[in-house]
Write a protein that binds this ligand. Structure first.
Ligand code: 0PR
Length: 392
């Protein structure tokens, strides 16, 4: 650290200069991210209330009330206004919290040995983190031709040590939706906990349904669903960090708190991972949900889907490029039978295009910052890249 303080002007100048290296959402070059520029009101609210700390909710009762209201809004979106939960740091924390609760319920049922959790192979890395932290064993199940978990295999994988099943509504690589209705039946038949990871899809699918898309029921309409991860800091346009974890039954939360008697809000608290946590991000999430309403989000999602279709149609016209799957939501998998995906990615990166690279595909996420002109330019550049690679 420097001994004498530096002027604010100089510091801001240095930051502005050094952050020139970062890609920006406005440039349209970030095509592989599930995050975007927060809503203008979210930015404003966030900076107004930076000191709010919901690690000690008794000190910030107004903020806590607003968190409860935010969860109610998300719960209503997921068809259970009575669900309880928290705004957490992201989908990773949401999934870890759900896995911890599921493990503890399994223990209470008298299950012994290393607890097993059945997950699709498409599950996000946060489940590996949860398994490592909570001493769980993941049993990975393959996908069908439409990249959804094979429910017949899920059934076969259940053992006495199984404590939970995970389904995904909007997978990380392709945005597909697992057959949650079937998973719900399996969970009920076997008295198992069912968690749905809708970290991305949770703020997309309900609005697609309003637009008339026929999609699998992924939420609390299914009796067997115990918890859902839904992240405002992805398609919700809230500032980072704003994930969401919602539980069907408040008792799950009450039984999984820790004893922290010195907190102003009561003796038992923190059924989540963080202690000190941002209240500002919650207030900003609440403000954004209120400002946009279901109509506002539906409009945004409609626009993203139009651009998704523009990209998908454009890709089909490029020689040696294929869609990995027909897009279900605003995520597009790009692949090729002949060209090397890694080489395509490298060439695109030279032109600053940033997509997500998976083993056999490049992922484009059509977030609200992606505009039709960006897609047009991307398709032109991709076509040139494929021509160049074919010649080599
Ligand atoms: N569940 C699903 C289905 C996800 O796709 C993700 C993250 C998570 C959980 C975890 O969420 P957090 O990252 O909020 O903890 N999906 C993105 C991914 O891994 C995250 C991301 C966002 C990656 C922006 C890159 C990026 O630029 O692809």
């Amino acid at each position: 650290m420097n001994q004498t303080g530096i002027s604010q002007e100089k510091i801001l100048e240095e930051l502005s200069e050094r952050l020139n290296k970062d890609l920006t959402y406005e440039s349209g070059k970030i095509l592989g991210s599930m995050c975007t520029t927060p809503h203008e009101l979210a930015k404003k609210v966030m900076t107004m209330y930076l000191e709010k700390n919901l690690g000690d909710p008794g000190l910030f009762k107004g903020t806590q009330e607003i968190e409860i209201e935010t969860i109610k809004m998300l719960g209503t979106l997921l068809n259970n206004p009575k669900s309880w939960g928290y705004i957490v740091s992201g989908g990773t924390e949401g999934n870890i919290v759900a896995m911890r609760i599921a493990r503890n319920i399994g223990r209470a049922k008298g299950k012994r040995g290393t607890p097993q959790v059945i997950v699709p192979v498409s599950a996000h890395a946060s489940f590996d983190k949860a398994a490592d932290l909570l001493n769980l064993r993941l049993i990975r199940i393959g996908l069908d031709q439409e990249y959804r978990v094979k429910t017949s295999e899920v059934k076969k994988a259940i053992t006495e040590k199984t404590i939970a099943i995970v389904g995904i509504a909007g997978t990380t690589s392709l945005g597909t939706i697992d057959p949650i209705e079937e998973l719900s039946d399996i969970a009920l038949e076997n008295n198992l906990y069912l968690h749905v990871d809708a970290a991305f899809g949770g703020m997309v699918i309900p609005f697609l349904e309003r637009l008339g898309y026929k999609l699998p029921k992924f939420d609390f309409r299914n009796q067997g669903v115990n918890s859902i991860t839904i992240d405002p800091h992805k398609m919700g346009l809230a500032p980072i960090p704003a994930g969401g974890i919602l539980l069907k039954d408040r008792r799950y939360i009450l039984k999984n708190c820790f004893e922290i008697p010195y907190l102003a809000g009561g003796t038992y608290a923190h059924p989540i991972i963080l202690g000190t946590r941002s209240g500002a991000t919650i207030l900003a999430t609440w403000a954004t949900l209120k400002r946009l309403g279901t109509e506002g989000y539906t409009k945004i999602v409609k626009n993203c889907m139009n651009i998704t279709n523009q990209l998908a149609q454009g890709l089909e016209k490029i020689e040696n490029i294929e869609l990995a799957a027909k897009p279900v939501i605003n995520i597009v998998g790009i692949t090729s039978k002949i060209l090397d995906i890694c080489q395509i990615d490298q060439e695109l990166r030279k032109q600053n295009w940033a997509l997500g690279k998976f083993t056999n595909l490049l992922r484009a996420v059509i977030m609200p910052h992606v505009k039709p002109q960006h897609i047009q330019q991307f398709l032109t550049d991709l076509q040139q890249v494929t021509k160049k690679l074919q010649q080599n």
